[in-house]
Design a protein around this ligand. Structure first.
Ligand code: E4P
Length: 222
């Protein structure tokens, strides 16, 4: 299972690079605006902290086919292993197909149905990012839709990977793993929720206190 960080915050990327095993970074236009600096500078810094084998997914901003294709090519050329994120609009599908025919890396995004996901897979995209929490927010079962998409792609043998996106809690991440979703892109604050367990902290406090009482030492000193 690939764990990708959904952020453009360079400090957060550096931190999770050290703490966990991260397979890449995704951004979107909104995420990039949150850094309050020039997006080119932010992207350059993200590139400088990523290892060569980690993926980077950057979204196009243009909405017409020609503009999407042009931006998709520029994004691919920023660095090896860099995917152009393209929304699942009609223009987006056309641009995905064209870019894949020319050998570029593409992640279909803003996917709100299994149908859209399958059509993107037929365009040959590498990843599809369905928006789990945004589906839940409108009263649709996001987990069920993404589980359907994962099963359909598996049934037909498409190599496209589903990268579930838009998480607001750790339970959603667990549900995606139970559905066999091959990749997830998760914001740092939700990754924290996956790691945290107050009972683990309580247990560690008790171990330390027992040790100190018995041996009057803070650590294991041989
Ligand atoms: C990532 O690829 C998506 O753009 C992102 O997960 C959307 O998340 P949001 O619904 O929290 O904005």
């Amino acid at each position: 299972m690939e764990l990708i960080l959904d952020t453009a915050n360079v400090e957060a990327i550096k931190y999770y690079q050290q703490v966990l095993t991260i397979d890449g970074v995704t951004t979107n236009p909104t995420i990039l605006t949150k850094e309050n600096r020039d997006y080119r500078e932010v992207i350059q810094e993200i590139i400088s902290v990523l290892h060569e084998d980690q993926s980077l997914h950057i979204q196009v901003v243009s909405t017409d086919v020609e503009g999407i294709v042009k931006e998709g090519k520029v994004i691919n050329q920023l660095r090896k292993n860099t995917y152009a994120k393209i929304p699942c609009t009609k223009e987006g599908f056309q641009a995905m197909k064209q870019l894949k025919q020319e050998g570029y890396l593409v992640t279909a995004t803003a996917c709100y149905s299994a149908n859209q996901g399958v059509l993107a897979a037929k365009c040959g995209v590498d990843y599809i990012a369905p928006y789990l929490n945004r589906l839940d927010n409108i009263g649709v079962d996001g987990v069920a839709i993404i589980a359907d998409l994962v099963a359909i792609l598996d049934y037909y043998g498409y190599p496209t990977k589903v990268v579930a996106a838009s998480f607001k809690n750790a339970q959603q991440a667990l549900e995606m793993m139970k559905a066999g979703c091959p990749a997830m892109t998760i914001a740092p604050e939700v990754v924290d929720k996956m790691m945290e367990q107050s009972m683990t902290d309580d247990a560690v406090r008790a171990f330390s206190s027992d040790w100190k009482k018995a041996f009057n030492e803070e650590g294991f000193n041989w």
